[in-house]
Design a protein around this ligand. Structure first.
Ligand code: SAM
Length: 291
């Protein structure tokens, strides 16, 4: 089986198996060998690595990954693609396909079962409709993932790496930057896919920190604070935080905490850095535990 990373071979496979790209599964198949090579080289894959691929599709990126990695575990939700993958990956003994929803997979057990508990390098052309839940699952504490190199919507890649003060900065930027160092590798036009998505895409690499840049007292509370801070973008932080009933933060508490970190009571979430959010969250955590 020749490489799939070009329009002619991809169309051949689509015709052979009478495939219709499933919109509900976010299926846009890569047909650009330059982009495929960029993904694999930026992910820094060697024969010592086990790659976890999310959504192999017809196996295009999987072939490139299997050439570079020791082992590839590819998780695909669409069972109609299983016979296709059996065909396109038949020459790769080191590639294995699991038919599952990645959001339901226990990644820790998977790494114990397939990789002696060692962390995976995740590489994928992600289904765009569930980008954020997938990334959050991969980043969350304890998940055995060393790096994540993925194709996402360009707008989402921008949000992941923005810093405070920018329009795109928000809860996703903070969540990603809390765990990892994000870097956009390249921007990819719709013409690199069949069918073409309606938006530009980008490859982003997130390398998990060995030493976290901030430490918080309670991670769950920290993420609740961040979410509440950006839930009503046009409102002040005091309003956003006090409107979230789960947190149990009054307007006074929120205002006092902001002043303690050297901000005014009318500040908005998009102005605060990751470090300031960590400080704010710890102060508020103390307040809510006292009362
Ligand atoms: N890797 C292929 C490529 O680059 O040509 C296909 C990428 S396509 C953008 C996304 C893939 O993710 C599809 O194959 C889709 O069926 C699969 N997918 C969608 N939702 C999924 C889920 N929850 N778990 C696992 N795979 C999923």
């Amino acid at each position: 089986m020749a490489y799939l990373g070009n329009p002619a071979r991809t169309k051949e496979v689509i015709n052979k198996y009478h495939l219709n790209a499933q919109k509900k599964f976010g299926q846009n198949f890569l047909i650009d060998d330059g982009v495929l090579e960029d993904i694999v080289s930026s992910a820094g894959i060697t024969k010592d690595d086990t790659v976890l691929e999310i959504g192999p599709g017809i196996g295009t990126l999987t072939q490139y990954l299997a050439e570079a990695a020791g082992q590839v575990i590819a998780v695909e939700i669409d069972d109609k693609l299983l016979p296709v993958l059996e065909d396109t990956l038949s020459e790769y003994d080191n590639a294995q396909v699991l038919n599952a929803d990645i959001l339901e997979v226990d990644i820790k057990s998977l790494s114990e079962e397939k990789n002696n508990g060692k962390p995976f390098k995740v590489v994928a052309n992600l289904p765009y409709y569930i980008t954020t839940p997938i990334i959050m699952k991969l980043l969350e504490e304890g998940s055995p993932v060393e790096s994540i190199t993925v194709m996402v919507q360009k707008e989402v890649a921008d949000r992941m790496q923005e810093k405070e003060g920018s329009k795109e900065y928000g809860a996703l930027s903070i969540a990603v930057q809390y765990y990892a160092d994000p870097e956009v590798v390249c921007v990819v036009p719709p013409s690199s896919f069949i069918p073409q998505p309606g938006v530009d895409s980008a490859v982003i690499k997130m390398t998990r920190y060995e030493q976290m840049p901030v430490v918080v007292e309670d991670e769950k509370f920290f993420f609740q604070v961040v979410k509440a801070a950006f839930s009503q973008r046009r409102k002040t932080l005091v309003n956003g935080l006090s409107n979230n009933k789960e947190l149990g933060i009054s307007k006074d508490m929120a205002g006092d905490a902001l002043e303690k970190i050297g901000r005014t009571r009318t500040e908005r979430g998009e102005k605060l850095s990751l470090k300031e959010f960590a400080q704010l969250s710890d102060i508020l955590y103390g307040f809510t535990r006292k009362d």
